[in-house]
Design a protein around this ligand. Structure first.
Ligand code: M6R
Length: 612
């Protein structure tokens, strides 16, 4: 996720800004930049890649000043190249801005700026429009930076934290926020603005939390906050007593837990930016015509680990909504056969990192065989995204814990949107049914929040079961994928042996393993299959095993047959997989914690598997 640091004061601004940005490195970024104000000019340096690369470019004595803004960028609009890095300048070079968030109407603003003001854009980003809008307004309003920022942001839709400096104003940074975090602080040597607390902890622990639509004027000696009506706000400082490491995790004990809690925001973002005002799906970056979709013989989904479980759900969705036969495969297996892939295959790669070697090689093989490649990727500019014909970015933000959580639920959201859109393009999905599903998807962030409210219940459950040495997960239909994902999550971070299987397969062999006290998690989120799952529970209970059932709150009979239940908010079966996986992530987390495991960096595992 992008990071912002701004400083005005007695110290060298570039040193303060680089130090602050370093504290945000853990969040992930792919380019960085700094703008300073010095002698009536804006001095700008930007680099793609690591902050250390930028540091080497700013050693010159003449690149310094006592006011400036800096940014680390996690690419969304536009690849992670130098030109797309922040800060961005207005055409006359007098205004520099950094921005976190997404400007939804940037295309419209960009076209207006080009058409009506002859602006030439230097980057592919949504953010550059902000620099030009502020630049024009600043010139028209006699250098009133506050007014210029207000006017410009008044035209923007979306989420933003924006910080601005002007070449002829060496004393002031103006910042504003809407749905993206912003904080400010002061010390003996100057004042600061930043996107996140860790960036400021070296200088101050007393910070101002900026609220939505508030504008901040940052001078050397003070920080002034104004509400949307430009009335000065009196804000108490908040004292931060976390240490820097905890602050990086936003107060959570582990990145995994933080990322679990980021899921409502992640799935909301993945969904909302693709929905038009009328709830119509817009898959920017993916152009699949009716003619093409009607003429492909199948969709082939390939991925590894957690991403492959998302692929299993994707298969069900594509077959259900788009009525196209769909196959799934593990990327590590795909290459060692001679798979039926040709120009009539749409090949979908799913990868959080976009750098998984097996997935990348499978992609290349499918390309050689003539397939079009659509990838679902989290990291912009990654190898998988670069080598694909169409890319759907999940925009979950950086996932730091090795155990994938928010990447998975946003991959599922990607599949819902892709499958629904494919069905619409082919004219095979009923319009009202599609509308109903979209409405259900819209309600998911709030329902995931509700599931998260049950963390304590799951923690108590974990206390009852963390000493088990074998745990089984079963499900039917789309719950099979959730069972696999729950099992993988548990084994990779707790090191407990766990096994997942389609419920109907138990009786074909695995049932022999059931003994008194064998623990089963039964995923039963599908109403259509609930009766069958109940019979399965009876069979397991008859062998004196223990059963925890994860089902919807409406399925009260589960409480009569299972030893215990975790109840999900009611929803349509189609969207239930996004809800059902969340308690399983939390369970794995708490069991691993009770077993004192290294949760964010489990043994033998790497976040990105770049070897075969
Ligand atoms: O970056 P990718 O999505 O391609 O990674 C695939 C797997 O390596 C990954 O999902 C792995 O299984 C995770 N550790 C699961 O939590």
């Amino acid at each position: 996720m992008c990071g912002i640091v701004g400083y005005v004061g007695a110290d060298s601004a570039k040193d303060v800004i680089v130090d602050g940005l370093k504290c945000l490195e853990y969040r992930g970024y792919d380019s960085a930049g700094i703008a300073l104000v010095s002698k009536g000019k804006i001095l700008l340096r930007k680099e793609s890649g690591e902050l250390s690369k930028l540091e080497k470019k700013i050693t010159a004595k003449d690149f310094d000043g006592q006011i400036g803004i800096g940014h680390t960028r996690w690419a969304t609009h536009g690849s992670p190249i130098r030109e797309n890095a922040h800060p961005h300048l207005s055409t006359d070079g007098k205004i520099a801005i950094v921005h976190n968030g997404i400007i939804e109407n940037f295309m419209q603003l960009r076209e207006e700026l080009e058409r009506e003001h002859g602006v030439t854009f230097k980057s592919e980003t949504d953010s550059e429009v902000i620099a030009h809008l502020i630049g024009l307004s600043y010139a028209e309003n006699g250098g009133d930076l506050v007014l210029a920022v207000r006017e410009a942001t008044g035209k923007m839709h979306g989420a933003y934290a924006v910080c601005v400096v002007a070449a002829d104003n060496p004393d002031t940074i103006v910042a504003i926020r809407k749905d993206a975090p912003l904080i400010a602080g002061t010390s003996d040597t100057g004042s600061f603005i930043a996107s996140d607390i860790p960036a400021l902890l070296k200088w101050t622990r007393d910070i101002y939390l900026i609220e939505n639509d508030e504008l901040v004027v940052v001078n050397k000696d003070e920080v002034r906050i104004y509400d949307a009506d430009n009335t000065r706000v009196k804000r108490e400082q908040t004292h931060i007593d976390w240490d820097a490491a905890a602050a990086e995790k936003g107060g959570y004990e582990h990145f995994m837990l933080k990322e679990i809690y980021e899921q409502p925001a992640g799935i909301k973002e993945t969904l909302e930016v693709r929905l038009g005002k009328q709830g119509d799906i817009k898959l920017d970056g993916i152009e699949l015509s009716k003619d093409y979709l009607d003429n492909i013989s199948k969709v082939y989904i390939v991925a590894c680990g957690t991403a492959s479980h998302a692929g299993l759900i994707g298969k069900s969705l594509i077959e259900k909504f788009a009525k196209i036969p769909c196959e799934t495969d593990l990327a590590s297996e795909f290459r060692y056969r001679d798979p039926f892939v040709d120009e009539h295959t749409l090949f979908i790669c799913v990868s959080q990192s976009g750098e998984t070697s097996d997935t990348l090689e499978a992609l290349r093989e499918a390309k050689r065989k003539g397939a079009q490649i659509l990838s679902i990727v989290n990291v912009v500019g990654s190898s998988v995204s670069r080598e694909s014909d169409h890319v759907f970015y999940t925009w979950a933000g950086p996932e730091i814990a090795v155990a994938s959580t928010k990447a998975y639920t946003t991959q599922l959201m990607a599949f819902y949107l892709i499958a629904l859109k494919m069905g619409e393009i082919r004219g095979v999905i009923d319009k009202d049914y599609q509308k109903k599903i979209i409405e259900e998807l819209r309600q998911l962030p709030a329902k995931v929040e509700k599931v998260l409210e049950g963390e304590k219940l799951i923690e108590e459950m974990a206390k009852r079961y963390y000493k088990k040495e074998n745990i089984f997960f079963i499900g039917r239909g789309m719950d099979v994928a959730t069972a696999h994902e729950a099992s993988l999550k548990l084994k990779e971070i707790s090191y407990i042996n766990s096994f997942s299987i389609a419920a109907g397969e138990l009786k074909h062999g695995t049932i022999a393993l059931i003994r008194r006290q064998t623990l089963f998690f039964v995923l039963a989120s599908q109403d259509a299959l609930f009766e069958k799952m109940l019979s399965g529970i009876e069979e397991i209970k008859a062998r004196k095993a223990q059963v925890v059932c994860i089902t919807k709150e409406t399925n009260v009979r589960a409480e009569e047959v299972a030893d215990e239940t975790f109840l999900l908010p009611d929803c349509m079966d189609e969207v239930a997989p996004i809800l059902a996986v969340v308690p399983m992530q939390i369970l794995a987390y708490h069991i691993a914690k009770l077993r004192k495991r290294n949760i964010d960096k489990p043994r033998n595992l790497a976040k990105s598997v770049t070897v075969e």
